[in-house]
Design a protein around this ligand. Structure first.
Ligand SMILES: [Fe+2]
Ligand SMILES: [Fe+2]
Length: 366
């Protein structure tokens, strides 16, 4: 434990928010599916310290053999293969710590938004549920911090993620908070946790992601059930505003200008570990065709097309107008290969939400 100070060195300056607080005097169950979700969340509480064996060392070999989680397989270049094991292990470990740090910071954002939702949502059942989510998110912050502490060190939050968290915390509109957090951020998290959980062979990480992802699928269900209930009662103008809020958040998260911050961070990690990044990139450039020739078929839709947009469609927040905007910026970032030649084709590529998100996130169904 470090020394106690009222003002700490690591805190950020305050963020002014304009949240409206709502009392609700009806305590009877009113939104049945949310009450059921609350009961389920109570049943599913777990204790990180007790349920997970934290004494196990992390098997860092796993990170080296799993690739670096970037689209281009730099770990297959001849330059990479010529490097000392010690260097490549360091890079793999730090890259994993970087990705997990963003999960960690995202969890802190989720913790604070969930707590705001307790105050801001107008239905008792929805307040109850948000209270259980607040507890869940505190536990998620706890486990990611613990894991990163064993692995390496916490790295700073990526700017695009921080922007989306700020906007979601700042808005005075509880429906925007729901859409920003429960649909966009939780959608991105659920998709990423699923991928990482199914890919990793590191036992401790796999175990904690199993616990976390199970909670997250409930958080996502809360968003879907609550938002779908509300949409039909909104004016066109209100619905358009919500659609745009989700669009901006999604755009911020995957815009290529923002992705360059990920690349900058990756370069930093390489150089810290003693890699000559220009030699690595040169080797990549020269061997690119060879490396991608035998790439496995099957495309990765990514979190926005693969999960966030399907969720918006389910909730009634994907008008033709906003779908055109999604198509436009996804095409710019990913190319027509992944999004189709026009918006109609794009809408056919967008999958349906899995029937059972809980089983989907565990990789039991596609
Ligand atoms: Fe979480
Ligand atoms: Fe969550």
């Amino acid at each position: 434990m470090s020394e106690f100070n009222v003002v700490t060195e690591t805190q950020e300056p305050d963020l002014d928010t304009a949240m409206k607080v709502v009392y609700q005097w009806n305590y009877e169950p009113e939104v049945e599916e949310l009450r059921r979700l609350y009961d389920k969340a109570n049943e599913a509480q777990w204790i990180a310290e007790r349920e997970i064996d934290w004494d196990r060392p992390i098997d860092t070999e796993c990170f080296s053999s799993e690739g670096l989680g970037v689209a281009i397989p730099i770990e297959k270049t001849s330059y990479w293969k010529s490097l000392d094991d010690e260097i490549t292990t360091t890079v793999s470990r730090r890259t994993a710590a970087f990705r997990l740090s963003n999960f960690l910071h995202g969890e802190q954002g989720a913790l604070m938004v969930a707590a705001q939702l307790v105050n801001a949502v107008p239905h008792t059942d929805a307040k109850f549920y948000a209270a259980t989510q607040t507890m869940d998110e505190a536990r998620h912050v706890e486990v990611f911090a613990k894991y990163i502490d064993k692995l390496d060190e916490v790295r700073p939050i990526a700017a695009p993620l921080k922007d989306v968290l700020d906007e979601t915390l700042k808005t005075d509109d509880w429906l925007k908070k729901l859409v920003g957090m429960q649909i966009v951020v939780e959608g991105l998290a659920l998709y990423s946790f699923r991928e990482m959980r199914n890919l990793t062979e590191e036992p401790l990480l796999k175990e904690l992601l199993t616990y976390v992802a199970r909670d997250e699928s409930r958080h996502h269900a809360y968003g879907v059930q609550y938002v779908s209930r509300c949409i039909p009662q909104l004016t066109d103008e209100q619905r358009t505003e919500l659609e745009d809020f989700a669009l901006e958040a999604s755009r911020t998260l995957i815009d290529s200008r923002n992705n360059s911050t990920f690349f900058t961070e990756a370069l930093k990690i390489w150089e810290e570990a003693g890699i000559d990044s220009s030699a690595l990139l040169k080797s990549l450039q020269e061997e690119r065709d060879e490396l991608t020739r035998n790439a496995k078929p099957g495309r990765r839709l990514g979190p926005i097309t693969g999960f966030v947009i399907p969720t918006l469609r389910r909730c009634g927040l994907l008008s033709e107008r906003v779908a055109t905007h999604y198509y436009g910026f996804l095409k710019e970032n990913l190319g027509t290969n992944l999004v189709g030649d026009d918006v109609q084709q794009f809408l056919e590529i967008v999958p349906d939400l899995p029937e059972d998100t809980g089983r989907w996130v565990m990789g039991e169904i596609q």
